[in-house]
Design a protein around this ligand. Structure first.
Ligand code: KIV
Ligand code: NA
Length: 266
């Protein structure tokens, strides 16, 4: 039995070997990503990537649990972190604990992630003191697009830097084992990474973050117009298109099934 990477181990990677994180939504990709990544994030981005929702706000706790369970089953080594969806934790620390406990019990994941800095500090403390490791997420927090006014890079107005730095400090003091810095101007993400005592994991952040995360489908090349912070490492969208096209041609020309694909009587 291979032991999984733990929250304290990730916490201990501050300033060390960069942390490799990717999203994974189901067993199929989890098996592959598990060979190379330290963290598999079952992100609520699955609502947009898998279900064509306009935002992550419509993702339910049950859906996160269904996908979380699949990713845990499909992996052995990496730490699995499951996103708490919109509406499942903001109301109070007690509600957050009840729902996060369900996620831990029903998926077998190693930690949960939730969005928010200072405003979520009490909740992060409540959960970590009761045995649930929390990854924090600050900067561009997609569950707040309606109050942020869209998917906007944070920190362009340097007057607001102290607020974002205070968010980073608050989640660290509250006991988060790491913090995602999303959509933050590079010099601010770098400064937060230098000052933070917990590992920072960047997405649209900085090379100076202690780790990086991307949405797997984005880096695989499914998304024809990926955002600037994505580096595309694969051409999976094209590979699927080519394969489906070849299959369609074979079916129409009766080249498929071939002799090797059928069951003769004797
Ligand atoms: O939902 C998600 O995929 C995320 C990452 C982008 C950090 O929260
Ligand atoms: Na998310």
């Amino acid at each position: 039995v291979t032991r999984r990477i733990t929250a304290p181990e990730i916490r201990g990677r501050k300033g060390g070997e960069p942390i490799v994180a990717l999203t994974s939504y189901h067993a199929n990709t989890a098996r592959i990503v598990d060979n190379h990544a330290d963290i598999l994030l079952v992100g609520d981005s699955l609502g947009m990537v898998l279900y064509a929702m306009d935002s992550t706000l419509g993702v339910s706790l049950d859906l996160m649990i269904t996908h979380g369970r699949a990713v845990v089953r499909g992996s052995r080594r990496a730490m699995v972190v499951v996103d708490m969806p919109f509406g499942s934790y903001e109301e109070s620390p007690a509600v957050a604990f009840r729902n996060a406990a369900r996620v831990m019990q029903e998926t077998g994941c190693g930690a949960v992630k939730l969005e928010g800095g200072i405003r979520m500090a009490d909740t992060i403390r409540f959960l970590t003191e009761r045995g649930i490791p929390v990854m924090a997420h600050i900067g561009l927090t997609p569950q707040s697009i309606n109050t942020l006014g869209g998917f906007k890079t944070q920190g362009r107005d340097t007057a607001l830097w102290p607020l974002i730095k205070a968010d980073a400090q608050a989640v660290s003091e509250a006991g988060a084992f790491s913090v995602v810095l999303e959509g933050i101007v590079e010099p601010l993400a770098a400064e937060i990474s230098r000052q933070s005592v917990i590992p920072t994991i960047g997405i649209g952040g900085s090379r100076e973050c202690d780790g990086q995360i991307l949405v797997l489908e984005d880096m695989l090349g499914y998304n024809p117009k990926p955002p600037k912070f994505v580096k595309v490492y694969g051409a999976v969208g094209t590979a699927i298109d080519d394969a489906v096209k070849a299959y369609a041609e074979d079916v129409r020309s009766r080249a498929f099934p071939g002799d090797e694909n059928i069951y003769p009587l004797k």
